[in-house]
Write a protein that binds this ligand. Structure first.
Ligand SMILES: [Zn+2]
Length: 704
């Protein structure tokens, strides 16, 4: 009996999406109780925190590592400054008065002073001047599973904002602001052979990787400030012209806040029964093979808070629409949002360096007054920045991959979900005349991918790409498009099953790149997948399909000798010409009458540049309107198609449905033969618009 059932049982086991290891809630490793006071005159923050840290490993741990992020702005010798040159996303540091810092002034464990064990370390680049990672050597080791309770005091000064955190006038964006313990990874986590610290320096382009826990934060500010934070407000007390606000949030790994007297706070609610579009719910149920009731079961109402600048208040509904849509979309295609609230911070225009930035349960958007007016109001920047920054709350936030070491898992998957959400709800990022427009995918596919050759694979630590442009291209556009490529390769249903399985399985659980590929391969196996992953994520491969040759010539009337050696259509020397000449004249007349009739010899050659091999469709369209389609496996460098047919070739299209979204140059994928009318007006507008997009892209970098 056992033998008889072994086959079906094994098959059933293989169908299980994953080992039943998905976490319903995060493993709690840290617990922060923070009290912080802002002195706006001095831009100074004074804080104390009680940190409980539980050793999650089987090791005895002899030292603790802490992030001191604001020391990135301490001076121009920090690794952050050296990497960024004091310039990020178009914003420059104010090197006259803009410096900031954080100093740990006290740290005790069971009353014992730990300061003698302090030293700064630079695990990534050995920079002796970087002060963003503090090592604390302990008087005795922390045993497996043991919880230490540390009392920490610190003083900090905010930098003038140019890179995410800091101040301008009375606006404060307070991110990465407290002494934050690094991650001690137990053996087995993210494929680690032995346990050890994972605590990177603050780099120009990456900053997130932390353990989950609970936060209680008391913020003490002058009464005039309006404050928003990652937590829910649980208590408020006013005294002596100041106010003390107490916030709490469980199950997060980061806590950011903001303060500005000018904020106009708008409130709304994401109500799943109202805000999940019915057709999207039906579509998700069909693609994922789940019931609608199952998909909506975990969705809860979410309180939405928008901290708006007074001159942007009229734009808050655009943020709100995109926010509700993003909550609905992620709830369907990843998993329901587990927190009770989300805060969207709208920075002032002179503090836009703080804009377009993600934290947990709180993110910064960004807009300009002019973007609400014609003709710029047709550009969907506000929606894009909301779905993008909120989306990070899933990848960097809830799934919690290591953004330092595998930045594409955050920015790249997030770019993919951004393109998808923007396309599903808004269709065009930018609408042009004649019914044309730029889809959200056009920006990366037509702008970034063709713009430069590749010298880096997608998968690299953020500071190890050859330069900032390579980091940006590979972590965002190329990675986002590569995920889109996987989707087009394996098909909608299988892709989304794999995608959702990845998100659900790895919620709160710090996956690696390999875990993503495994999830897709399990649900959407494809003979093309391993090669695509190897050549793009782990290599610098690219692909450009193009039409190399397209010709259609009328098959000429037979001229010469036939099989019986009779002269056809010509006059043999030394023979009478009378009858033949008449026949020849008749032939000419018939030829005029038959012009445009077949048969026609058609030759088409399509080629593949680059080493990423993907199947591609080739479509021949003839003047009589008939089409002939074939799928080329792309394995040879070029393919020749020949046919003799009663109509002349009108056009050739390689990949007309754009299934090869990684195709570096789609402008060479079609060729029209002379008699044909050529591209439509809409297609021409698109073509000319490509240049416009490339100009726009440089501006948009402020907001990613
Ligand atoms: Zn981003």
């Amino acid at each position: 009996m056992k033998t008889r059932f072994a086959g079906p049982v094994l098959a059933a086991l293989c169908l299980l999406p994953f080992p039943a290891r998905s976490l319903d809630e995060p493993r709690k490793v840290v617990d922060y109780d923070i009290r912080v006071r802002l002195d706006p005159e001095k831009r100074a923050f004074t804080g104390t925190e009680t940190l409980l840290w539980t050793n999650p490993s089987q090791d005895t741990v002899q030292e603790l590592l802490f992030h001191l992020y604001w020391n990135a702005f301490r001076n121009n010798r920090s690794t952050f400054f050296r990497e960024s040159g004091g310039q990020l996303r178009g914003d420059r540091a104010d090197e006259e008065r803009g410096w900031g810092f954080i100093d740990v002034t006290s740290m005790t464990w069971d009353g014992q002073d730990l300061r003698p064990g302090f030293r700064f370390v630079s695990p990534d680049d050995g920079n002796p001047d970087d002060r963003t990672v503090l090592s604390v050597s302990l008087p005795r080791p922390v045993g497996p599973g043991e919880t230490v309770r540390l009392e920490i005091g610190w003083e900090a000064k905010a930098p003038r904002v140019f890179a995410r955190a800091g101040y301008v006038r009375d606006f404060y964006m307070v991110g990465q602001w407290y002494p934050k313990i690094g991650v001690y990874e137990p053996a087995g986590r993210r494929g680690r052979a032995a346990g050890g610290w994972n605590c990177h320096q603050y780099h120009a382009n990456s900053e997130f990787y932390a353990d989950f826990g609970d936060y209680r934060v008391e913020i003490d500010v002058p009464e005039r400030f309006v404050v928003g934070s990652a937590g829910a407000l649980v208590a408020e007390r006013k005294e002596g012209g100041r106010k003390l606000l107490r916030y709490e949030q469980k199950g997060i790994h980061d806590f950011a806040w903001t303060a500005d007297p000018r904020y106009v706070v708008k409130e709304d609610t994401f109500e799943p029964s109202r805000d999940v579009p019915k057709e999207e719910l039906a579509r998700a149920a069909r693609l994922l093979g789940r019931s609608e009731a199952d998909l909506t079961a975990g969705m809860k109402p979410v309180k939405l808070l928008f901290y708006m600048q007074p001159d942007h208040v009229d734009q808050w509904t655009r943020y709100a629409d995109a926010q509700k849509w993003a909550l609905a979309w992620f709830g369907l295609f990843a998993f329901p949002y587990p927190y009770a609230q989300v805060s969207c911070v709208d920075p002032p225009e002179d503090g836009i360096g703080a804009g377009g930035m993600e934290y947990q349960t709180l993110y910064t958007a960004g807009t300009w007054k002019g973007l609400a007016k014609w003709p710029l109001r047709g550009i969907r920047t506000q929606e894009m920045v909301v779905v993008h920054e909120f989306g990070h709350g899933y990848w960097m936030g809830l799934v919690a991959s290591n953004e330092f070491e595998e930045s594409w898992m955050d920015e790249g998957i997030n770019s993919f979900t951004e393109y998808e959400m923007m396309t599903r709800r808004y269709r065009y990022f930018l609408e042009l005349p004649f019914g044309a427009g730029f889809s959200p995918l056009d920006l990366p596919a037509r702008g970034f991918i063709p713009s430069s050759p590749d010298y880096d694979p997608i998968l690299a630590a953020s500071w190890k790409y050859w330069g900032g442009g390579s980091y940006a291209k590979n972590s965002y556009a190329r990675a986002g498009l590569a995920v889109e490529q996987v989707r087009r390769l394996v098909g909608e249903e299988r892709f989304w099953k794999g995608f959702r399985a990845y998100a659900e399985r790895w919620r709160y659980d710090h996956p690696t790149s390999r875990d993503f590929f495994d999830a897709i391969a399990l649900h959407a196996p494809s003979p093309w997948l391993a090669d695509l992953v190897a050549r793009t994520w782990y290599g610098t491969g690219f692909v450009d399909y193009r039409v190399l040759r397209a010709a259609s010539t009328k098959v000429p009337e037979r001229t010469g000798y036939d099989d019986a050696r009779k002269a056809v259509n010509f006059t043999e020397e030394g023979t009478s010409t009378k009858g033949d000449a008449a026949a020849k004249e008749k032939g000419k007349a018939d030829g005029r009458k038959d012009r445009g009739k077949g048969p026609w010899d058609t030759v088409v050659v399509v080629g593949r540049d680059g080493d990423v091999v993907l199947p591609v469709d080739v479509v021949l369209t003839f003047e009589n309107g008939k089409t002939w389609r074939t799928t080329w496996d792309g394995r040879s460098k070029w393919l020749r198609l020949k046919t003799t047919y009663g109509s002349k070739l009108a056009r050739v299209d390689v990949d007309p449905e754009q299934r090869v979204v990684l195709d570096r140059d789609s402008m060479n994928n079609s060729r029209f033969l002379p008699a044909h009318d050529g591209p439509s007006a809409a297609a021409k507008v698109r073509t000319y618009g490509v240049h416009l997009v490339q100009i726009l892209l440089s501006t948009l970098w402020t907001l990613v």
